[in-house]
Ligand binder design. Structure first.
Ligand code: PLP
Length: 468
């Protein structure tokens, strides 16, 4: 064994103790840590032939990169849709690293940690009140979940023409209908060879809405003259968290032949609350659903699930099987995750989610979700009352899009956002909504409180007065 490795092995306890101490210090001061960092200047460097050993490497990290680490899992990182990490999820994540399993098979004599993943999927289905007729698994994020679901949709499309696209390649024009898809769904269409430009865009409902117009959807369906198609629907658009009418889509499914995919990356969490679950009524009739876990489930990156109806399992296996590896056996008989999703080897991604779900239960998640929505509504009401800012859309769930108000200079929006983010007290992201520039804020972090909103609002008012 290499000498440095041997020394580190002997010192593993004190080394991990150092990391634990540093981690706890970070978490205890997460409120004070900045939400933005100065640009790190990358230097051209080479790797030494003799390593530093783990202890010195930690010191090197602390000198070079640690100061650029921002509190993206803290209470005031409101840009994008960024969740935090619950205490139990951190425990699960640490253990996932230490156990270092490669979850694929569920029985046999090797690693059978895929059973943990299957159980976690059951817990997630129950959390969302979804039927148990879905097969699910963990991927890195909602982008990969959309990709996974749409890959099976692509295979389904080919089957309508008696073709196996996974084996033969795409030979037919694939019809995809959608109104307000997330950029990652379009990226998935690009990766899948369907083409991100090749969508048939359906109108949204009139009147400041991002949800699909069911009338326009049906008229676009009719122009296809009975050809099959893929529908990408939204359970929570990123700007205004709008939801398509799933009850109406369910009825269309009785009349027309299509694959129904629902991107519910974070909006699906409305299902955790009796007050808001009406938004996702009937979404369980989708053929496939995307859920992000590193957003509102508040587990560390990288974590998302795909849910695909069990009846499509053979299409799923056709899409992902390792067809030239006969030693893996018949994929329909010996369940193995590597035949059901893009990656072969994966870490035990389910463990942080399993820990968090078991630790906090349905009530814990109902509280996390409702708290975030209450905060969003509170923030929204403060914007509405403000002389300096105005809402660009009503607050439906947990995201807010706003702008500088009309009695102020709206041209200043970019510099306002830059200055605000520079304070390091809060982080927000720019957006475009109805062709207007705006700022988007998303509440998903379990740590955020009303005090955070008061603090941020003070900063917002201070900065708008400076820049004019
Ligand atoms: C965040 C998001 C995605 C992409 O998720 P990643 O986890 O960043 O890959 C897809 N769809 C929706 C609706 C999202 O909000």
């Amino acid at each position: 064994m290499n000498k440095t490795l041997q020394t580190d092995l002997l010192e593993i306890e004190s080394l991990l103790e150092l990391v634990k101490k540093q981690g706890i210090e970070y978490l205890n001061k997460i409120d004070e840590r900045k939400t933005s960092a100065n640009v790190h200047k990358a230097e051209l460097i080479n790797l030494d032939s003799k390593g530093l050993g783990a202890r010195n490497t930690l010191q090197l990290f602390n000198e070079t990169f640690e100061p650029t680490i921002v509190s993206s899992s803290g209470p005031r990182f409101w840009g994008y849709v960024i969740g935090g990490s619950t205490p139990a999820s951190i425990m699960g994540d640490w253990l996932a690293t230490i156990y270092d399993q490669n979850p694929q098979a569920i029985n046999g004599e090797g690693d059978i940690s895929a059973n943990i993943e299957l159980e976690t999927i059951q817990l997630i289905l129950d959390l969302f009140n979804l039927p148990k007729s879905f097969v699910g698994g963990f991927v890195t994020g909602a982008t990969m979940s959309n990709f996974t679901c749409l890959a099976v949709a692509r295979q389904w499309f080919g089957k309508n023409y008696g073709k196996d696209f996974a084996k033969e390649g795409i030979t037919e024009k694939i019809n995809v209908l959608t109104a307000t898809p997330h950029s990652s769904a379009l990226k998935s269409l690009a990766l899948l060879g369907i083409g991100s430009n090749n969508i048939i865009k359906v109108n949204t409902i009139e009147g400041n809405r991002e949800a699909i117009s069911i009338d326009d959807l049906e008229s676009k369906i009719k122009t296809l003259n009975g050809q099959p198609f893929i529908l990408i629907s939204s359970a929570g658009t990123v700007n205004t968290v709008d939801f398509d009418n799933f009850n109406a889509i369910k009825k269309l499914k009785k009349k027309y032949n299509f694959w129904w995919h629902t991107d519910a990356a974070f909006g699906g969490f409305a299902a955790c609350s009796d007050t808001y679950n009406h938004f996702v009524k009937d979404w369980g009739h989708s053929d496939s659903i995307t859920i992000d876990c590193h957003k509102w489930l508040n587990v560390p990156y990288e974590s998302a699930v795909f849910l695909i109806k069990e009846e499509h399992s053979s299409l799923q296996v056709e899409s992902f099987q390792n067809s030239n590896a006969p030693y893996l056996g018949n994929p329909m008989e010996n369940f193995n995750y590597l035949n059901f999703l893009p990656e072969n080897s994966r870490r035990l991604k389910a463990l942080p989610a399993w820990f968090s779900l078991r630790a906090y239960g349905k009530e814990g998640y109902k509280n996390i979700v409702e708290n975030a929505i209450d905060l969003a509504k509170y923030f929204g009401s403060k914007i509405k009352e403000s002389e300096n800012f105005k809402l660009l859309a009503p607050v439906r769930l947990n995201n807010i899009v706003f702008n500088i108000s009309n009695n102020r200079n709206k041209e200043n929006i970019d510099s306002f956002l830059t200055q605000l983010n520079k304070t390091g007290k809060v982080f927000m992201t720019p957006t475009l909504y109805n062709d207007q520039k705006g700022i988007r804020v998303s509440f998903v972090n379990w740590r955020t409180t009303k005090n955070d909103i008061e603090l941020v609002f003070k900063e917002m008012n201070r900065i708008i007065n400076i820049i004019e």
